[in-house]
Design a protein around this ligand. Structure first.
Ligand code: TMP
Ligand code: ASP
Length: 242
C-alpha cells in the first residue's frame, strides 16, 4: 500500500485515504482529551486497546445484522473502515443517570432509568456539542426524519446487545455515545468507535463505590488515577467474555 497524507485528524484518531476511495484507514491515538479538549493528556496503549475493543464490538454487532464501517485490522492500533460521510450528530444512549444528565436534570447519580434514553447532540466543537431537540435537528437538516427514526431504532438495538455483552463481562453499561455515517450508496452505517472513551462502564464486582467502580474515561476526566489499568481491564474482559 502506498503512503498517503492524512485526510483528517481528530482528537482520538487519524484518518488516511487508501488506494480504494471506498476504504479509509483509521489510526487510533493514545492522546486523550476531555471537556472539549480543554483537558489534554495521553493514556498509554489507548490506541491499541480502543481499536481492539471497538473492532470486537463492531464484529459482534455485524453478526447481529447491524451494519458498521468496520472492515479489518491491518495493525494493533489500526482499523480499515468503509468511507462514510459522518452525520454531525453524537447519539447518546443512557441506561443509568450520570454525567450531563445529572448536571442538567438534578437526577441523582446512579438512578436506573425505566427506559433507555436516546439523545442527540450537535457535533460541533465551537458550540460545545449542544443537546438538540428533534425539531432543532430537523430544522437544521442535520438528518432526515427517516434517518432520525432509523438511528433511534438502531441505537436501541445496539444498546440491547451492548448491555447484555458487558453484563457478561461483569460490567454495567451506564451510557455511551455513537456516531453514524452514510456510505456512497447513502446506506446508514455505525461508525467511529465504541470504547472506554465513549462509554461509561462500571465494574459490578467493585460495588457501589462511585470512584472504584469506574472503568472508563471518567477516570481521566475526574483525575481518579489508574486510567491505563481500567482500559486494560475492559480489554481483557471484552476479549475473554463468555
Ligand atoms: P455526558 O454525560 O457527558 O453527556 O456523556 C454521555 C456519554 O457520551 C458518556 O458515555 C461519554 C460519551 N461522550 C463522548 O463519547 N464524547 C463526548 O464528547 C462526550 C461529552 C461524551
Ligand atoms: N470529546 C471530548 C473532548 O472534546 C472528550 C470527552 O469528554 O469525552 O475532549
Amino acid at each position: 500500500m502506498s503512503v498517503h497524507t492524512k485526510l483528517y485528524e481528530g482528537k482520538a484518531k487519524i484518518i488516511y485515504p487508501t488506494d480504494d476511495p471506498e476504504i479509509l484507514l483509521a489510526v487510533f491515538k493514545d492522546d486523550a482529551t476531555a471537556f472539549n479538549a480543554q483537558k489534554r493528556g495521553s493514556i498509554q496503549e489507548k490506541g491499541r486497546i480502543n481499536n481492539s475493543i471497538s473492532s470486537k464490538l463492531f464484529q459482534e454487532l455485524e453478526a447481529r445484522g447491524i451494519k458498521t464501517h468496520f472492515i479489518d485490522n491491518p495493525a494493533a492500533n489500526q482499523m480499515r473502515i468503509r468511507a462514510v460521510k459522518i452525520l454531525p450528530l453524537e447519539v447518546v444512549v443512557r441506561n443509568i443517570a450520570a454525567g450531563s444528565l445529572c448536571q442538567q436534570t438534578g437526577l441523582p447519580l446512579g438512578t436506573v432509568l425505566k427506559m433507555p434514553l436516546v439523545e442527540f447532540y450537535y457535533k460541533n466543537d465551537q458550540l460545545g456539542d449542544p443537546l438538540l431537540t428533534r425539531d432543532r435537528l430537523l430544522l437544521m437538516e442535520l438528518a432526515t426524519p427517516e434517518q432520525v427514526d432509523s438511528i433511534t431504532h438502531l441505537a436501541l438495538k445496539i444498546n440491547d446487545f451492548l448491555k447484555e455483552f458487558f453484563q457478561r463481562c461483569n460490567i454495567t453499561l451506564v451510557d455511551f455515545k455513537l456516531e453514524f455515517g452514510l456510505d456512497s450508496q447513502q446506506q446508514l452505517l455505525l461508525a467511529d468507535e465504541i470504547s472506554p472513551d465513549t462509554c461509561r462502564l462500571w465494574d459490578i464486582s467493585a460495588g457501589d463505590d462511585p470512584n472504584l467502580r469506574v472503568l472508563d474515561k471518567d477516570r481521566f476526566r475526574r483525575d481518579l488515577g489508574n486510567v491505563e489499568d481500567a482500559y486494560q481491564e475492559v480489554l481483557k474482559r471484552v476479549l475473554n467474555e463468555l
